[in-house]
Design a protein around this ligand. Structure first.
Ligand code: RIB
Ligand code: CA
Length: 313
């Protein structure tokens, strides 16, 4: 097997962030160097507790976890308890985690890890607002050469927005951070709502996860039961889009997804369309492409992968 990919994860757990972590933290293909919390779905007070709980649940105390930025670069924090519940991971009992957070700030961890790396070595997986990634790039521009690729969940094009008519939540919370990342010059693989709305947590899929009956799959099923509620009403669909695991699933099985190289820019001024990602899917601007935009997925194979990997716990 090829050498495991060195990965830094930045997330805002969140039930779907949790599923992304469950997929990443027992994948032999990945060498997770650390996980950084970013404020997004709920406040940092809860995010950092949720992250520590999730590391306990998968028994990966060897992976260091960090507190990153507790608010966006310029805007005030906007959270999403209406989707994720008051705890941010409603669907499981909250407990006092054993795992401690590191004292180093998450942005400094990202900088330190990248500075120690070789050129093009480190993969960044980001499934929350991009505040920490952008702050690291601004504080230490020299790190950009060390980034192999940024694999992120965020944005929307043909699908429309989920927090405003034109913006997806992660980008809406910190559009300025997204602007910095989109202009960083490194390969960006972007999983927006156009593709994540095709991986729905239907009853059969959650049932298959529950049937695994191990301690992690029990937690996963409990969270997915809750997570499905808001979006299934909103979209009058069965279940909810399982956004964040698309990032790690692509690293593990890229053939699951269809991607197109496009130019993507983000709205940072207009109140009406703040956070909108202008995805030049048909190359009408003539702008140099900066993103590989995911637009299709084999959803059955995606859930087969997720279920098979959860079975390994
Ligand atoms: O819009 C969906 C994204 O916002 C997901 O990453 C979810 O966890 C929230 O962060
Ligand atoms: Ca998230």
């Amino acid at each position: 097997m090829a050498k495991p990919l060195p990965v830094i994860i930045d997330c805002d757990p969140g039930q779907d962030d949790a599923m992304m972590l469950f997929l990443a933290l027992n994948a032999p293909e990945l060498d997770v160097r650390g996980v950084v919390a970013v404020a997004g779905n709920v406040s940092m007070e809860k995010i950092k507790r949720n992250l520590a709980m999730l590391i306990d649940i998968v028994d990966r105390g060897d992976v260091p976890i960090y507190v990153g930025c507790d608010r966006p670069m310029i805007r005030n924090l906007v959270t999403a308890e209406y989707v994720h519940g008051e705890t941010g991971i409603n669907g499981i009992e909250i407990f006092e985690p054993q795992t401690n957070l590191q004292s180093e700030h998450g942005v400094d961890f990202i900088i330190d890890q990248l500075r120690k790396a070789r050129d093009n070595e480190i993969v960044i997986v980001a499934t929350g607002p991009l505040t920490n990634i952008a702050m690291a790039l601004i504080k230490a521009p020299d790190i950009v050469a060390k980034i192999q690729q940024i694999v992120m969940m965020g944005g929307a094009s043909f699908e429309g927005g989920n927090v405003t008519p034109s913006a997806e939540f992660n980008i809406y919370v910190d559009p300025h951070a997204c602007d910095v990342v989109l202009k960083c010059g490194r390969p960006i693989i972007m999983f927006g709502l156009d593709v994540t709305h095709k991986v729905m947590t239907t009853k059969n899929r959650v049932r298959a996860i529950r049937a695994l009956a191990n301690s992690v799959s029990d937690v996963a099923a409990g969270m997915l039961d809750f997570f499905g509620k808001h979006d299934s009403e909103k979209y009058s669909a069965e279940g909810a889009p399982l956004h964040d695991p698309c990032t790690v699933a692509w690293l593990l099985k890229p053939d699951l997804f269809e991607l197109k190289t496009c130019h993507v820019a983000v709205e940072t001024m207009s109140e009406l369309t703040l956070g909108h990602t202008a995805v030049d899917f048909w190359h009408v601007t003539g702008n140099k492409p900066n993103v590989r935009w995911a637009y299709d997925v084999d959803d059955d194979a995606f859930f087969d992968l997720l279920t098979e990997r959860l079975a390994r716990y």
